[in-house]
Design a protein around this ligand. Structure first.
Ligand code: SF4
Length: 277
């Protein structure tokens, strides 16, 4: 395993990959390792992750051949929403700000030299996020190897990991757009939440309960919006799951053949909730 270099002050130099357990940060690390970079893989645990994401995290780090550092604030996303008195949503993500970026920044400032480089798993389809990240991490240099050619899709990355002998994270196989926070996400939309309900009804129930607890503390807040009318209204998970709005209907459509790594999803994943379906 290639070890990160220590400077005279004892601080780490080289590249710190913000390693999430997702396919992007693995592929970014692989590209950097192939270029001979000395890597440290830094995982910031939200304490909300799926069991299989931890499996991929550790197996994939061994595949990269770099040291994996696992750190955590200790709280989960719901505890952060409670403490910040703010429920995350598509526009604001205190969960990620505190549990991911904040924890990583503190660790890097305490352990790395100013010449350390921060590497992200952002790919070319989200290149606009790189500039934002550069401003946020300044004065450290930020790189995003998946924004460089050859441009690979998520399916390409997953096939690549399979060729390396890595089993795909089950959240991807279930059709989730990312493999973090156990298949839920404060920034996710209805489709992602529908899959959470279909694949992990108990976990969805926990999201319902946690959101209701926060609604009791913070007032009328919700992660999801119902955009079927104008203006959009809040759509608490209890409504989304059919609890308080019988007849509410939401459907999603997916056309074309599913990629090979995507497991067929039970029909109710894409059918109405609380309605006849
Ligand atoms: S995956 Fe979603 S819920 Fe989890 S920390 Fe990131 S933004 Fe927050």
């Amino acid at each position: 395993m290639a070890q990160a270099k220590l400077s005279l002050s004892g601080a780490l130099s080289g590249v710190v990959v913000l390693y999430s357990g997702g396919i992007g940060s693995w592929a970014a690390a692989k590209r950097l390792a192939a270029q001979g970079e000395v890597l440290t893989l830094l995982f910031t645990d939200t304490m909300t992750e799926d069991e299989d994401t931890y499996r991929f995290l550790r197996e994939s780090a061994a595949n990269v051949g770099a040291e994996l550092i696992e750190i955590a604030d200790g709280r989960n996303i719901w505890e952060v929403f409670r403490d910040e008195r703010f429920l995350g949503n598509t526009r604001a993500d205190p969960c990620s700000r505190v549990l991911k970026r904040g924890v990583a920044r503190k660790w890097i400032s305490e352990h790395c030299s100013p010449s350390a480089v921060v590497a992200l798993g952002i790919d070319w389809t989200e290149i606009h996020r790189v500039e934002r990240a550069r401003k946020a991490w300044a004065p450290l240099e930020v790189v995003a190897p998946l924004c460089d050619p050859p441009y690979l899709s998520k399916a390409n990355l997953i096939e690549w990991s399979n060729r390396e002998g890595l089993a795909t994270q089950r959240l991807y196989r279930m059709g989730m757009s990312h493999a973090n926070c156990g298949g839920g996400c404060a920034k996710a939309g209805h489709g992602h939440s529908a899959r959470l309900l279909a694949q992990f009804p108990e976990r969805f129930g926990e999201w319902e309960r946690k959101e209701e607890e926060l609604r009791g503390q913070l007032g009328d807040v919700a992660i999801l919006r119902d955009r079927t009318g104008a203006p959009p209204t809040l759509c608490p998970f209890t409504s989304f799951g059919g609890g308080s709005k019988p007849g509410k209907k939401w459907t999603c459509s997916r056309s074309g053949a599913a990629p090979a790594w995507l497991e067929p999803v039970a029909p109710r994943a894409c059918r109405a909730f609380g309605g006849a379906g």
